[in-house]
Design a protein around this ligand. Structure first.
Ligand code: IMP
Length: 187
């Protein structure tokens, strides 16, 4: 199977995603002018958006005074297209976030359990502020009402891949967001 055979359609192109990330960077920069910001990317899915977002932040005038970057690793899906509902922290952040302006960056929010878990984990560490930024929102199947401060694009109610999002660890490196053909899931 090649990626080309597996993809049914492009949902958001590389340039649409880039435009959404620059808009997000503008919104975030406006909220933290001249203040330090600690950006926490949630791996593996948010690798691409986090890297592109912190670069975009550096291009916005009058934004944060400094940007610190760290990552945590969580797992909630295993190799399926349905969330297990159980979020596991595989790697924590390296630095103390007490008293800091913290921005959690997620690739996609579906049922909301992963973001809720992260918000509760991090808010227990007394950050000065805690905000969340999500590149793709799937607001159709929420199991918890979790606040999202910055939303990039609203994705359709489907399992999507690309731009960091995987199916069975493949497709993360597609530079756009795509929907797979149904037969891929029965392979
Ligand atoms: P939630 O806990 O259901 O909100 O899902 C959050 C995590 O599930 C995301 O960080 C992704 O890693 C994964 N996920 C949710 N929807 C999709 C999808 O459509 N494609 C790939 N991964 C997804």
């Amino acid at each position: 199977m090649t990626y080309e055979q597996a993809i049914a359609r492009t949902l958001f192109s590389t340039s649409e995603i880039a435009a959404a990330i620059s808009r997000l960077a503008g919104e975030i920069a406006r909220d933290f002018p001249g203040q330090p910001l600690t950006v926490l990317g949630v791996l593996k899915g948010a690798l691409y958006v986090t890297v592109d977002l912190v670069r975009a932040l550096s291009r916005v005038p009058d934004g944060p005074s400094t940007v610190e970057l760290d990552f945590l690793v969580v797992s909630s899906y295993g190799n399926s297209t349905r969330s297990s509902g159980e979020v596991r922290l595989l790697k924590d952040v390296g630095e103390n976030i007490a008293g800091k302006n913290v921005l959690v960056v997620e690739d996609i929010v579906d049922n909301g359990l992963t973001l809720q878990y992260l918000r509760s984990l991090l808010s227990g560490r007394a950050p000065k502020t805690l905000r969340s930024c999500v590149l793709f929102d799937k607001p159709y199947n929420r199991r918890v009402d979790v606040p999202i401060d910055y939303v990039g694009l609203v994705a359709p109610d489907a399992f999507v891949v690309g731009y960091g999002l995987d199916y069975g660890e493949s497709f993360r490196n597609l530079p756009y967001l795509a929907q797979l053909r149904p037969w891929v899931f029965s392979e």
